[in-house]
Design a protein around this ligand. Structure first.
Ligand code: XIL
Length: 315
């Protein structure tokens, strides 16, 4: 039985994957992507980010994002929008603009509003704010935080709500799989937004993890998030290893995928799991983490690894 089918049987909304525009010329890859028994949800890996969608101020380009969205829609797959406000993959005009507080807030407002409006009615959810935290749970010194404090977060969420009242609004981050200072920071932020009546519907847990190092508190932590009354989703799952691949590491990876899936399964408000591409052929990991890779449940030849069975077993 296949991954989305099992997730839905477990009461979840979807099992899905990221993809990216350059990959869509690879016919065998695209055929697997269209298998809705495995993937009934798609995230655009890059083409809805700020540098891709508003490369110069007030000029919006949605062609690549639309390619991904249209493909998913034609196949009946859900979409997660990624992402409105993030410190990375920003165009220079934002990072170097030296805007004052109110100008930058209006830029954030306009960007989120235009982006989310463009896809109104098409998105199950949006990662409205991505990676706002430092590892100690304090706020990351992004250009947005430096100029506006936390005001940019409420501005972005309100703009997104007005632009599409029916999409779920998420804050997404990494290293918030287990309990700890960063997860506590997320809980405190969500609570304070709720107290101020700022719209917030979900917490996205990226889950870029390492073989043999899944936090033992992952289920408890997802439950702590869910206890705020918001949805939780695993949004960018991959579990990397130090290369070379060995049979023993593949077996540990199988167990680790199972552990993550079981944690989501056990938390009723955890709505679904997205892998950050399903095949090692296009994983971002080797390009960013030197000497590491093989993080996905399918290998470079598009063949299933033991990790696939780990996901099956987890559901
Ligand atoms: C990554 C993409 O996969 C790469 O292609 C790109 O070069 C860098 O960004 N957290 C996120 C994602 O929220 O947007 C990142 O995606 C991976 C880490």
């Amino acid at each position: 039985c296949q991954l989305n089918t099992l997730a839905v049987r477990a009461g979840k909304k979807y099992f899905g994957t990221a993809t990216d525009n350059p990959e869509l010329g690879d016919a065998p890859y695209v055929a697997q992507l269209g298998n809705t028994a495995d993937f009934n949800q798609i995230t655009a890996g890059n083409s809805m980010k700020w540098d891709a969608t508003e490369p110069s101020r007030g000029t919006f380009t949605f062609a690549n994002g639309d390619t991904v969205a249209n493909m998913a829609r034609n196949r009946g797959q859900l979409l997660r929008g990624h992402t409105c406000v993030w410190h990375s993959q920003l165009p220079n005009w934002v990072t170097s603009g030296n805007f004052d507080n109110s100008t930058l807030l209006s830029i954030v407002q306009n960007h989120c509003s235009t982006l989310v409006s463009h896809y109104r009615g098409q998105m199950y959810s949006w990662d409205v704010v991505n990676e706002p935290f430092n590892e100690d749970g304090s706020f990351r010194q992004s250009v947005f935080f430096q100029k506006t404090g936390t005001a940019y977060i409420a501005t972005a969420l309100r703009a997104a709500r007005n632009a599409d009242p029916n999409t779920k609004l998420y804050i997404n981050d990494f290293n918030i799989e287990g309990t700890g200072a960063k997860s506590t920071g997320m809980i405190n932020l969500v609570r304070s937004l709720q107290q101020q009546n700022v719209p917030i519907d979900g917490i996205g847990v990226q889950a870029h993890l390492i073989v043999g190092q899944i936090p033992s508190s992952i289920q408890q932590n997802l439950q702590n998030f869910a206890n705020l009354g918001v949805e939780v989703a695993i949004t960018e799952l991959d579990i990397r290893m130090t290369l070379p691949v060995t049979q023993q590491k593949l077996e540990q990876q199988q167990e680790d995928y199972r552990t993550v899936i079981r944690a989501c399964k056990a938390v009723s408000r955890c709505v679904g799991v997205t892998v950050w591409d399903w095949t090692d052929r296009y994983s971002w990991v080797p390009g960013v983490f030197t000497g590491e890779g093989a993080a996905c449940p399918w290998d470079e030849n598009l063949a299933k690894k033991p990790a696939y069975q780990g996901i099956v077993d987890g559901w």
